[in-house]
Design a protein around this ligand. Structure first.
Ligand code: FNR
Length: 383
């Protein structure tokens, strides 16, 4: 199926599956343990209904909003995802350019395959860098300096990945560190000629933001993976997050929080926003759906934090529900990766265009002309 036959975000999953070798598709698509949280992140939106109002002038609909001090054309943005070069040769640059063209924020992962400087050079759109507090604190501090030097708008600390979740699909396909491919998964590379051709003609896979550190240590490409794995630090605490927020001094986001108590700690250490997220169901299976965490967190922190709902967002109506429940914006990961794998930048462009169309249509059908008009009276919770 071509991307022009995709009519909603999840339609891109099938062409992505057809194009990608099996281990890579399941790396994107899968979650932890029984994948309950992965499924629940989306189905939880069904607990909420949108209340329409009629006979209002809806001839003009305005989706613009501001989060993290950034003007965005729509109330959602693209979550950070690592290793993008594996999914399409146009890699992060395609996603960042599509986001800039659509007027929304792009987030680059620490374990991205394009350097933060190259992304900054490729687009003038708003950008956020996703960071981990690594054992190598000097490298962590270096990221902050580099982001400041090239004008990143925000820094986002991911806190739910101190150790990797149990992703059984990756075990089965051999998408592990180091890779252990089965005959079946190796065959799937042979059966994905389009992907294989594009990979072989420019095999430029590198974790571009950390590669210099590994080179300095004398490591090769396998050394890189070992290096990154060895850098995850389970001893990181709120004190370290506070240190990083001070080092950065600009809009600071903590990604991966779900409890009101943690949201209050985020306020205390000077965060500007949190991404309410369970890492798309890839870490703690049984963690609650982000959409269900909005109300309790908003009640706990009032207006002291911007809330971004990350996980399971697949429809314009999902974004509208999240905003009505008290979120400032949403973000998503897999849908744009499916779009990228299916069609490069054109695929991501179409994902963003479809989301825009859904948002405009659904907002107008609710009788609203601006996303800022959404509030608690516009959403009903199913008992
Ligand atoms: C991710 N995610 C992620 N998060 C992060 O902070 N740093 C990272 O490097 C990555 N890498 C990554 C790779 C892939 C393939 C996926 C699917 C996800 C998590 C991501 O930012 C986001 O939280 C989820 O994708 C949100 O869930 P949905 O929208 O995919 O349902």
């Amino acid at each position: 199926m071509g991307i022009d036959r995709c009519w909603n975000l999840m339609d891109f999953r099938a062409p992505a599956k057809a194009r990608l070798p099996k281990p890579l598709f399941h790396y994107i698509d899968g979650g932890a343990d029984d994948e309950w949280s992965l499924r629940n992140n989306t189905t939880a939106f069904e607990k909420y209904q949108l209340m329409p109002s009629y006979l209002r002038d809806i001839s003009k609909v305005d989706l613009r909003t501001k989060v993290l001090g950034v003007e965005m054309a729509m109330p959602f943005f693209l979550s950070p995802t690592g290793m993008t070069r594996l999914f399409h040769h146009e890699k992060e640059l395609a996603v960042a350019r599509a986001a800039a063209d659509a007027g929304i924020l792009y987030s680059l992962s620490t374990v991205g395959t394009t350097s933060l400087e190259d992304v900054a050079r490729a687009t003038t759109g708003p950008k956020m860098f996703q960071i981990y507090i690594l054992k190598d604190r000097e490298l962590t501090r270096e990221f902050v300096t580099r982001c400041k030097a090239v004008g990143y708008d925000a820094l986002c600390l991911t806190v739910d990945t101190m150790l990797a979740g149990n992703r059984e699909r990756d075990q089965r396909t051999g998408m592990t560190m180091p890779p252990r491919f089965t005959l079946g998964s190796l065959m799937s590379f042979a059966m994905s000629p389009h992907w294989t051709w594009n990979f072989l003609r420019s095999p430029d896979f590198a974790l571009a933001n950390v590669v210099h550190r590994v080179d300095a240590l004398g490591g090769g490409s396998m050394g890189l993976v070992d290096y990154v794995n060895s850098q995850f630090d389970r001893s990181v605490t709120w004190d370290d997050a506070a240190w990083l927020a001070r080092e950065w001094g600009g809009p600071f986001v903590i990604k991966g929080l779900q409890s009101p108590a943690d949201a209050k700690r985020a306020v205390e250490i000077g965060a500007s926003a949190i991404m309410i997220s369970n890492h798309g169901g890839r870490q703690l299976d049984s963690a609650p759906a982000p959409v269900d965490c909005i109300r309790p967190i908003r009640d706990a922190v009032g207006d002291q934090l911007e809330l971004i709902v990350d996980g399971g967002v697949r429809r314009g109506t999902h974004v509208l529900k999240a905003l009505a429940l008290g979120a400032n914006a949403c973000s998503f990961g897999r849908p744009y990766l499916y779009g990228l794998a299916a069609g490069g930048k054109a695929g991501v462009d179409r994902v963003l265009m479809l989301m825009r169309a859904e948002l405009e249509r659904s907002l107008a059908l609710m009788g609203k002309t601006s996303v800022g008009d959404l509030g608690p009276d516009d959403v009903i919770s199913k008992s």
